[in-house]
Design a protein around this ligand. Structure first.
Ligand SMILES: Cc1cc2nc3c(=O)[nH]c(=O)nc-3n(C[C@H](O)[C@H](O)[C@H](O)COP(=O)(O)OP(=O)(O)OC[C@H]3O[C@@H](n4cnc5c(N)ncnc54)[C@H](O)[C@@H]3O)c2cc1C
Length: 450
């Protein structure tokens, strides 16, 4: 690491003013660089800049042209607000918004607003254009000639127009489940079509959904769409549907970027990229932020942005291009050896602790935050419909929340009184005090400390 006196200041262009772009701009400025942010939309916030009009009944039902945000009206975060702040700018309730732990999407946007600038000539470019705007569509026999409604979740906003309809939702990841659950309250029938019904049932979430909603059915892949409106599934079952909603994910796309083949996108594998950020041949003047999925946002972006800023100033050194290339190739080989599909190359499933600390001195997460993250994910896998409102953290989480001012200090738990001791007749281990649930009232919901 170089000393401060030897660091240099460069002119950097950040493309995109979503969470990743804003994190980049801030870290670059903090490091003393000149920064311009280019944003195509009318404001900052990226995905969280909700766009009501998606022309689903008009010219672009599959959402392949134009609109950036894929956020639908009812969307609530799946990640707890306590983990969604920048390192020195926590995402706290403000009193006049949505104070819940898993708030509505507009609450997140309110907390991220800033300013936008433009410039022309740059020493470096940071690409932070997001990965959830170019719909990824399946190829289904009959899809081109099917006359009824088809749309991608990118274009879905509200359920009203599906009233009384038969709907097939293709894909059962988070958006597929969320949208199917919203639709089954208004549609006549909803059929959620999964690549593998066994995998879809692997966690309790799906069976709980099916048990609660009699008009929700799990189906395998669609084999064919017929002109009369019939959807035929891979197991031979068929339904007549009014609409198909494709919740089938997104493609990475950089149409504005000319790298002469030094960076390519192949089935959602962007590469070669060292640590998902630097193309070895073009580093450090070109970098990408926000490519990895399944990471803690914005923390992960913030740390990578700090790293880029410090590399550009000379405070940190990159390995030689050949070494970075070998590391990037090794990462890809590792994923392939583990049987990960190419399109999932950038699904990281890692808190990135070690990298963040070693690459730019980014502080590690406290244990309670890690537990909050993992327990939120587990709660979602257990009950995707209820987890946002019925989340119970452990004592470690409750203690962390208290110490960091997310909830008010609660009195220390008292030993149970004799009358609180319950006797379970079936308890073969003998008389045991039942653990009392010390429930702490908080503005973010109920934190169960037991
Ligand atoms: C439905 C949905 C729900 C989600 N829920 C959660 C959640 O609960 N928790 C969570 O952590 N994450 C969630 N995410 C993921 C979320 O998108 C990321 O957390 C994060 O907001 C991505 O930030 P980003 O800056 O990388 O991209 P974006 O937010 O997409 O921002 C990219 C920006 O770049 C701009 N841009 C694009 N191309 C250009 C160009 N050529 N020139 C100039 N500007 C350009 C865009 O207009 C946009 O403003 C969700 C995503 C979706 C789609």
């Amino acid at each position: 690491m170089a000393s401060d006196s030897s660091t240099k200041k460069v002119k950097v262009c950040v493309v995109g003013a979503g969470v990743a772009g804003l994190a980049a701009a801030r870290e670059l400025r903090r490091e003393g660089h000149d920064v311009a942010v280019l944003e195509q939309a009318g404001g900052v916030g990226g995905q969280w800049l909700y766009e009501e009009d998606t022309a689903i009944d008009g010219t672009d039902p599959l959402g392949v042209a134009g609109v950036h945000s894929s956020v639908y009206a009812s969307l609530r975060l799946i990640t707890p607000r306590e983990t969604m702040g920048f390192s020195d700018f926590p995402f706290r309730p403000t009193g006049d918004g949505d104070a819940r732990r898993f708030p509505c999407h507009a609450e997140f946007l309110r907390s991220r607003r800033g300013e936008v600038e433009t410039e022309e000539v740059f020493d470096a470019v940071v690409v932070a254009v997001g990965n959830y705007s170019q719909p990824r569509l399946p190829s289904i026999d009959g899809m081109d000639t099917w006359r009824r409604r088809q749309l991608h979740s990118h274009s879905y906003r509200v359920p009203d127009s599906f009233d009384g309809e038969g709907v097939v939702v293709v894909g059962c990841n988070v958006s597929g489940k969320d949208i199917a659950l919203e639709l089954c309250r208004i549609a006549m029938e909803v059929h959620i079509s999964a690549r593998s019904t066994e995998e879809a049932m692997a966690t309790p979430a799906m069976s709980k959904m099916l048990a609660r909603h009699g008009n929700l059915h799990l189906r395998p892949l669609i084999a064919r769409l017929c002109e009369d409106g019939t959807a035929v599934f891979a197991d031979g079952s068929r339904v007549v549907a009014d609409a198909v909603v494709y919740c089938t994910g997104y493609n990475y796309s950089y149409p504005f970027l000319g790298t002469g083949g030094k960076v390519t996108v192949d089935d959602n594998r962007v590469g070669p990229l060292y640590e998902h950020v630097f193309p070895p041949e073009l580093a450090p003047s070109l970098s990408f932020l926000g490519i990895p999925a399944m990471v803690v946002v914005p923390r992960f972006y913030e740390a990578k942005a700090r790293w880029v800023a410090q590399v550009l100033s000379g405070r940190r050194e990159l390995s030689p291009a050949g070494e970075m290339l070998r590391a990037a190739e090794e990462y890809v080989r590792g994923r392939e050896a583990a049987g990960v599909e190419k399109r999932r190359t950038h699904d990281v499933f890692d808190l990135g602790e070690e990298f963040c600390e070693c690459s730019c001195g980014f502080p590690r997460l406290e244990e309670w935050t890690k537990e909050l993250i993992w327990s939120s994910i587990n709660a979602m896998l257990d009950d995707v419909e209820a987890f946002r409102d019925d989340f119970h953290g452990t004592e470690l989480v409750a203690d962390g929340l208290r110490r960091h001012g997310w909830i008010q200090l609660a009195p220390a738990p008292q030993p149970p009184h004799l009358e609180d001791i319950d006797v379970d007749d079936d308890n073969e281990e003998g008389l045991q005090p039942v653990q009392t649930n010390q429930t702490v009232a908080s503005p973010l919901g109920l934190i169960n400390s037991a």
